[in-house]
Design a protein. Structure first.
Length: 551
């Protein structure tokens, strides 16, 4: 570290500059500039030749009082910028804050711009939050959410989120953990990076009870992947693949069975209006005449979020007649191929039938997808929601008597090929059936649409099935931890799931005894409505000696 006493002096008449006495040089009064100058060969030689004996380190000389209100205010602004904005905004924000109250000595002293803000974030805020997070995790069990991506600088990075129970907050915490650059995205590199991060923060891999990832082979491959490498260190680790990602891929794959005109219709309807205010205005005027209201905006679609197109399908179906008339008019007075194709697509009742069926099927898939993206979700019930959605898809195309005999835990391995119903007896939904009866299509055309819809559903069922979690039986057993079961006198045993995590419990008999005595307590009604709140209350239960107990 550079030394300053004896050579660094203020510059007379200009507080933005400083002087180096031994080099007779004028410097900008920035720490980076001072540190850079102090490390130069010329300065080091001049320091030695000057014979200066009284020296203090620059970090001691420039250290500010921890209770300085100005510095506290600057740190709070840096944290605010970190969470809500880009560092570019702090140039103006720092100057604006100083003008809010000219009588405030604290505000008048605030000097915060991009360079200083980024240094505070990197060297003060980030280490402090990381230290607090490590302290909060303590010796508790935790899970990791892992994904790799490439940033704007074309650098591959590994993003790590962490999930743990916070005794301080008495709730489950999901938060950002690390963002680490990778030289490549192979299983070995990702494994070494994850392990290095955990060792650096003194987090035991034995306490890592689960990882959540996408379906990439480097993450979840059966032969050699991050999961298999971590499982060698901790045989009891649980893998949970991203259900949201899996449902998107399943729906996108199934859509390949349907006519491509449907994708063209949805995508180009959005593009038609998004690139032309004139067209949007013409359509709005037409819609006002027909419906006496303003039309909704047709959302765009993305290849990485296929299920998002359900919102576009809903808007298109709600405004079908208006859109059909608009494109017929546009095709007649614009020399545009897209307008003619869209006019033809909206004029074909078969396309409307397909979209009516898609809306019915995808609604349930999207509902479950949103559940898995929710913040306040009961993890003891969420697996059943996924399997109920899968069962509802099966009931469309498979004999219900066969499905009813299959336990939920056997759904991922269910063989449906010999029990698929013919398209003539499948119920495709009330809206589909009503429109099929009233439209101008012949019976052969309607049967053809039904056949394609059946093929779509069968493909969707198959795609969802292969992406269901491999450990469904274990995940279903989490429902035993619901307050209604735990506080019941006739409760399900938790021994089957406890045996799967044998190293976690030193005495299974003691665990079973404590589990059986939970219903002896009159638990506060407020905690019985939430699984997390209930177990947080159980965790705080103490006996007369101050020891943890559940009775």
């Amino acid at each position: 570290m550079a030394h300053v006493t004896g050579w660094l002096q203020p510059y007379p008449g200009d507080s933005t500059k400083a002087r180096c006495k031994v080099c007779n040089a004028t410097l900008q009064a920035h720490m980076k500039t001072i540190l850079g100058h102090a490390s130069t060969k010329k300065h080091v030689q001049n320091i030695k030749s000057s014979g200066s004996k009284v020296q203090t380190q620059i970090n001691e000389r420039l250290r500010c009082a921890l209770n300085d209100p100005t510095k506290v205010a600057e740190l709070k602004l840096a944290v605010f910028i970190s969470e809500h904005s880009s560092n570019i905004a702090v140039d103006h924000l720092g100057e604006l804050v100083a003008q809010l109250d000219k009588k405030s000595a604290t505000l008048q002293k605030i000097k915060l711009h991009r360079t200083k803000c980024s240094r505070l974030q990197k060297h003060v805020v980030a280490p402090s939050f990381a230290k607090a997070l490590r302290k909060e995790i303590g010796d508790h069990f935790y899970s990791l959410i892992i994904d790799e991506s490439t940033n704007e600088a074309n650098i591959t990075c590994l993003g790590l989120g962490i999930r743990f129970f916070s005794a301080e907050k008495e709730t489950i915490v999901d938060t950002f953990y690390r963002l680490v650059p990778l030289k490549d995205a192979t299983a070995n590199t990702i494994y070494k990076t994850v392990k290095s991060c955990l060792q650096e923060d003194n987090l035991s891999i034995a306490k890592l009870i689960g990882i959540g990832t996408d379906g990439a082979s480097s993450m979840v491959g059966k032969n050699h992947s991050l999961f298999t490498l971590l499982k060698n260190d901790n045989p009891e680790i649980t893998l949970v693949r991203c259900v949201c990602h899996s449902l998107h891929l399943a729906a996108a794959k199934a859509c390949e069975v349907l006519p491509t005109i449907l994708t063209f219709l949805v995508r180009e309807t959005h593009s038609w209006f998004s690139s032309s205010p004139k067209r949007m205005h013409e359509y709005q005027e037409l819609f006002k005449v027909l419906e006496s209201s303003m039309p909704k905006k047709v959302p765009g679609i993305a290849t990485t979020r296929w299920l998002a197109r359900l919102a576009a399908v809903q808007v298109i179906l709600e405004e079908w007649d208006a859109l059909k008339l608009h494109f017929e008019m546009s095709a007649s007075h614009e020399r545009c191929y897209t307008a003619r194709e869209l006019g033809s697509a909206y004029g074909d009742p078969q396309n409307r039938l397909y979209l009516l069926f898609l809306r019915k099927v995808l609604k349930e898939v999207v509902r479950v997808n949103k559940v898995f993206q929710g913040q306040n979700v009961d993890v003891t019930k969420i697996t059943e929601d996924l399997l109920d959605m899968y069962r509802s898809l099966l009931q469309i195309v498979v004999d219900s008597s066969y499905i009813s005999k299959c336990p939920k835990q056997n759904l991922p391995t269910l063989n449906i090929q010999n029990y698929i119903l013919p398209h003539t007896v499948i119920n495709f939904g009330h809206e589909f059936n009503s429109y099929a009866e009233s439209c101008s299509l012949h019976e052969e055309q309607i049967n053809y649409v039904k056949k394609r819809c059946k093929e779509f559903t069968v493909e969707l069922v198959n795609q969802v099935q292969v992406r269901l979690p491999d450990n469904v039986e274990t995940l279903l057993m989490l429902k035993h931890f619901q307050p209604s079961n735990a506080t019941s006198q006739c409760k399900n045993s938790i021994m089957p799931i406890a045996c799967k995590y044998r190293s976690t419990f030193t005495d299974l008999d003691e665990l079973e005894t404590e589990w059986n005595k939970i219903n002896f307590v009159q638990w506060p009604p407020a905690c019985l409505g939430s699984t997390v709140s209930f177990w947080a209350e159980v965790n705080e239960r103490r006996n007369s000696a101050g020891c943890i107990k559940t009775h």
